[in-house]
Design a protein around this ligand. Structure first.
Ligand code: TYM
Length: 335
């Protein structure tokens, strides 16, 4: 059976990349009637230093963002990673399945650890193993993510394959498919079309946050970098070598649902003075109701906690028999 799983880290503000690359796709999968689990991966957020009170607040914020974007807790399980202990236990088992060489290849560790990798937490290094555990604790078959998670999904498949082979359990774990499609899969910085939009970019002008006001969004789009190659191109070929323009057109396409070709047919030959205000309007129109719902939901943290508790129960009910099978398969004693 098909099962969708994805997670978002409770670290800082969500931005348009998180929304278009992940959240918006979660809602589409839910509305297509798929069985979905959406997880606030609070254990992952501990891989970088974070104050306990902030971790707790941010966990509720991500849960609120899920709901504000249209995740319906009656249809999808919305829960915190820490509330289902199978994640942590399976991560340990996978620590013993994955090989050092596989994890050492992960580029995100190198990016996040920076120059002084010796001082990074061990958790940051084994981060992708916990991610494999998140997915496989539910035998999830489909994982909607942005393009930056592709390598982690490949590792997840390697771990599943190796487990199935080493324990002589063919087909025990499915090999989960990444769902990384469309113009939203890789949203770039508004200041540099070769860098992805990111929570950690020091420039606020590089990203649009889900909590930005309409004025802030309009200002950031107005100041977004373009290039000196002239007007908007009228076809996809004309986007080659113009990463900033390609990114803005991709955002327009993702928020309006029009194809990139259609957007270029409409704006081709015009200057950015026409396109940017249209992009700002379309983005604001799409985000404003989400931002409003987000604020309303956050005003009632007790209700968020009830939602997370109910989601945890559903997730636990799926994971418990799978974990029990895993223990039996690897020879871990259980009563
Ligand atoms: P995180 O919390 O960094 O990001 C959440 C989601 O947003 C996507 N994303 C982007 N998509 C398009 N353009 C961008 N500029 C952009 N920036 C971020 C990410 O690809 C992600 O889908 N390791 C994951 C969290 C995780 C997870 C999992 C995901 C933990 N366990 C299991 C799927 C399944 C992460 O750090 O995402």
């Amino acid at each position: 059976p098909e099962r969708v799983f994805s997670g978002i880290q409770p670290t800082g503000n969500l931005h348009l990349g998180n929304y278009l690359g992940a959240l918006k796709k979660f809602v589409a999968l839910q509305e297509a009637g798929r069985e979905c689990l959406f997880c606030v991966v609070n254990l992952h957020a501990m891989t970088m230093p974070v104050a306990p009170a902030d971790l707790l607040d941010q966990t509720r914020q991500i849960a609120a963002a899920f709901l504000a974007c249209g995740i319906d807790p009656k249809k999808s399980a919305v829960f915190a990673q820490s509330s289902v202990s199978a994640h942590a236990e399976l991560a340990w088992i996978f620590n013993c399945v994955a090989r050092m060489g596989w994890v050492e290849r992960m580029t995100q560790f190198k990016d996040k650890a920076g120059k002084d990798a010796e001082r990074a937490s061990v958790g940051l290094f084994t981060y992708p193993i916990l991610m494999a555990a998140d997915i496989l604790a539910y035998k999830a078959t489909h994982v909607p993510v942005g393009d930056d998670q592709k390598q982690h999904l490949e590792l997840t498949r390697d771990i599943a394959e190796r487990f199935n082979r080493d324990y002589d359990a063919p087909g025990f774990f499915p090999l989960p498919e990444p769902l990384i499609q469309g113009p939203g899969a890789r949203i770039m910085s508004l200041k540099d079309g070769t860098k992805k939009m990111s929570k950690s970019d020091p420039s606020e002008l590089s990203r649009i946050n889900l909590v930005d006001t309409s004025e802030e969004i309009a200002k950031k789009i107005k100041k977004a970098k373009t290039d000196l190659l002239g007007d908007m191109p009228s076809d996809v070929d004309g986007l080659k070598g113009r990463p900033e323009v390609e990114n803005l057109v991709g955002i327009y396409s993702a928020v309006t649902g029009e194809s990139v070709e259609a957007v270029l047919r409409q704006f081709g030959g015009q200057g950015f003075g026409a396109f940017k205000p249209a992009l700002a309007d379309a983005t604001v129109a799409h985000l404003a109701p989400i931002t409003q719902r987000y604020r309303d939901i956050l005003a009632d943290p007790a209700e968020i906690d009830r939602t997370l508790a109910a989601g945890a129960e559903r997730a636990e009910a799926i994971a418990a028999p799978i974990l029990s099978d895993i223990r039996r398969t690897v020879g871990i004693w259980q009563a």
